[in-house]
Design a protein around this ligand. Structure first.
Ligand code: 5MM
Length: 358
């Protein structure tokens, strides 16, 4: 029979299995792959210095939360975290495995200006990616993440969209070749005063190019996951959209552009409040979808945790409870069964920052 992937990857069956495990009912991804600079901003928000010790303490809090695996199927780590252990000497990857959570790794090297564009950027990281990916697999990672961005107010230019799509496709191909399920993340930033129709138009264009180049690179669609932005009006648009409207536009975009062979759609939160991100996900799961529609949130899972923790050892338990609360709410939203009762004021606060860069 014809191989699913034309280049002969020995990992085909494993990739399909990994993707299915991550896209399992009632579960989603905990994204904690902040690079050191971004993690430093999170720590600064609660008055902590950006030291390796503080980063380790924060990741230990998150990754040792008892019962996390009931709601979380995968966690994306930064390279430093992949090699770290708890203060008792247990590898973080083993903490995850014990909860049936798949360890993932951020493999991109961040954004830099794209010359010849309209003040846009491109994502680095293809050089040496094959050997890095092989090492991450050895270390226990089974999926990868590469985040590039597209800006609506800056265009987007045809050049920026093409570069974003090509980079994602090359990364996806290299990841699969090394046993890692690639999460494909072209983040369309919330910035701008445009209406939701404009976001839909840009998202359709971006995803059509991404899939064109994924196919050209012989990427096996059964062994990838997507991390899209939800289709919303620009953050500075005069009217806010309801979760029902956001769900309608987002599902329209997905149904037009994403083949049902793709097992999972794991949304980013993009600066939405914890509750908005949960309500929007819940609205998208009110009727059956061809793919598992779930979350891969960073800020919308961590905001209350950080505020509860404040860097104090005696707050760790409370902060872990805050994480479980958010994870459970999003788990219910994945199943389309979330109701907004019993939510804290903190969960209502938006986290959008204009012109935000990580
Ligand atoms: C956790 O932040 C991720 C990495 O950021 P840096 O490259 O600056 O270190 C980021 O890719 C994140 O996973 C996604 O943007 C989704 O996060 P949100 O907060 O939008 O859910």
């Amino acid at each position: 029979s014809m191989p699913i992937r034309s280049s002969s990857s020995s990992y085909t069956d494993e990739l399909v299995k990994t993707a299915k495990t991550i896209a399992s009912p009632g579960r989603g991804i905990l994204a904690i792959d902040e690079s050191n600079a971004t993690c430093g901003k999170r720590l600064a928000s609660i008055g902590l210095d950006n030291t390796e010790g503080n980063r380790q303490a924060y990741r230990q809090l998150l990754l040792t939360t008892p019962g996390l695996g009931e709601y979380i199927s995968g966690s994306i780590l930064f390279e430093e975290t992949l090699y770290q252990s708890t203060t008792d000497g247990k590898k973080f990857v083993d903490c995850l495995r014990d909860e049936n959570i798949v360890p993932g790794i951020k493999v991109d090297k961040g954004l830099v200006p794209l010359p010849g564009s309209n003040n846009e950027s491109w994502c680095q990281g293809l050089d040496g990616l094959a050997s890095r990916s092989a090492e991450y697999y050895q270390q226990g990672a089974r999926f990868a993440k590469w985040r590039t961005v597209v800006s609506i107010p800056c265009g987007p230019s045809a050049l920026a969209v093409k570069e974003a799509a090509w980079g994602l496709a090359r990364y996806a191909s290299i990841s699969q070749d090394n046993g890692l399920v690639p999460i494909v993340e072209p983040e369309i930033l919330l910035d701008g005063d445009h209406p939701i129709e404009r976001t839909l138009e840009v998202a359709e264009r971006v995803w059509s190019e991404v899939f064109y180049y994924l196919a050209e690179n012989n990427v096996m669609f059964e062994g990838i996951l997507l991390k899209p932005s939800m289709v919303t009006p620009g953050a500075e648009h005069k009217e806010k959209a309801s979760p029902e409207t956001i769900a309608k536009f987002t599902l329209q975009m997905l149904s037009r552009r994403v083949p049902p062979a793709v097992p999972g759609i794991m949304f980013l939160s993009g600066g939405q409040s914890e509750m908005e991100a949960t309500l929007n996900l819940n609205a998208m799961n009110q009727s059956p979808n061809p793919w598992h529609v779930s979350f891969s949130y960073a800020r919308a899972l961590q905001n209350s945790v950080l505020k509860t923790w404040q860097g104090r050892p005696w707050n760790v338990e409370g902060a872990q409870k805050a994480l479980l609360d958010r994870a459970k709410a999003n788990s219910l939203a994945q199943l389309g069964k979330y109701t907004a009762e019993d939510e804290s004021d903190e969960a209502h606060k938006g986290m959008f920052v204009k012109g935000y860069t990580y």
